[in-house]
Design a binder for this molecule. Sequence first.
Ligand SMILES: Nc1ncnc2c1ncn2[C@@H]1O[C@H](COP(=O)(O)OP(=O)(O)OP(=O)(O)O)[C@@H](O)[C@H]1O
Ligand SMILES: Nc1nc2c(c(=O)[nH]1)N=C(CO)CN2
Length: 422
Amino acid sequence: MRENLDVITLRGLSAVGHHGVYDFERSGSQVFSADLTLYVDARQAALTDDVKYTVDYSQIAEDAVKILTGTPVYLLETLAQRLVDAALAYTQVQAVEVTVHKPMAPVRHQFSDVSVTLRRDRTEDAPEPEVSRVVLALGSNMGDSTGILRNAVSALIEVPGLELDEVSSLYRTRPVLEPGMASQNDYENAVVLARTVLTPHELLKTLQDIENRCGRRRTERWGARTLDIDIVDFGGRTLTTSDLTLPHPRAGERAFVLVPWSEVDPQARLTDGRGVATAAAMAPDRQGITDTIADWLSEEQPSQAMPQPQSEESPQSVPELPKRSRRSRRDDRKDSPVQESPSQQQASAEPQQGQPVAVRAEPVPQWEPRENVRIVDSDDPEDATVQPRPLGSRVARRAVIRPTPTGSISLPRGTQSDSGSQ
Ligand SMILES: Nc1ncnc2c1ncn2[C@@H]1O[C@H](COP(=O)(O)OP(=O)(O)OP(=O)(O)O)[C@@H](O)[C@H]1O
Ligand SMILES: Nc1nc2c(c(=O)[nH]1)N=C(CO)CN2
């Protein structure tokens, strides 16, 4: 298998750990280092210049250092196996060779190093990839938001290793802003339930890539945006890193997330034990939901909202299309945001409406109904098994298993290794 694959090597990754058979090794510390050889199919990455088609060696290094410095094990073999498992958790890694060095090992004679090397192929030895249920919150209040969100769903469907299970209705919502912020257009929000074999950071990167391809620019926190996709929940995991917090720290206070979430998963719970519907009813912005559009994905015509590929040198405006929801809106005012005092400050922003938006090379696929997309119609007796939607909506949803560019990901249908709720 390896002879047909490309090779990424990371050598001499060193960290201080506490591994060893002897008590003094576990109470003390010494240097461990690792060499990792990752076998991938890098053709697509080389062609597109896009890291999502290969493996990010800096992420692998982060994971490896956590293992080297983490929970002590007795054997170098075990340590190496953990590194193997971490590397093979990246779906693009087809095979791996890991050497762990312990140059200060307790050997009573002159020596320069002791090491253990493991070689593993995904097909032979890799454990089934862990499948996590994820909750994604989508929002847009710039440009043709419905079209952009439709294209975002289409782009999510294209993501290798991500399988969409449910897409909520589209909710038109008042912007939730910090006190003093200038008024913005109303948002359109939706929630997507999916399963993934990606790691949380792989998923974050993928989502940010889709945001960027939709013209997202970040200069002001909570600024107007063409597209925002937040990871609300990742298999119930709790994680705090510099660029990712799980579950999303503000989702539990936001009706624009909780209402669509409770629509597609009425049983879901937050980490504090509250049901999402209960939390939605308590959310400060609960009055800010002004409209619900159930069949928003079943638009006959593909949206024209997304620009075609352009280089950054030739930015193109995202057209401001007048097309909005086909449903009537209770109120079209743009200047009555729901005020919220956020607990964390982050930098983000977008160009103002009408300003040119530079678009990255790869286009977001345009939404179009496909054969393998089933639109669930609660009025159709064949769909009678679908659980009732609290908001009486007809919800478009789909499920598709998509292979990686190398054809290697298997995302077993119905596999459930994490709870979908927090
Ligand atoms: N759970 C998460 N989902 C998405 N992004 C996250 C998450 N946790 C942390 N982040 C980080 O937050 C940064 C800012 O994200 P973004 O610009 O979408 O924030 P925002 O939408 O303005 O605010 P908010 O996070 O309150 O919705 C991102 O660069 C990302 O690294
Ligand atoms: N109604 C609404 N308000 C918001 C939204 C959003 O998606 N919908 N997103 C924000 C930052 O992520 C800030 N405020």
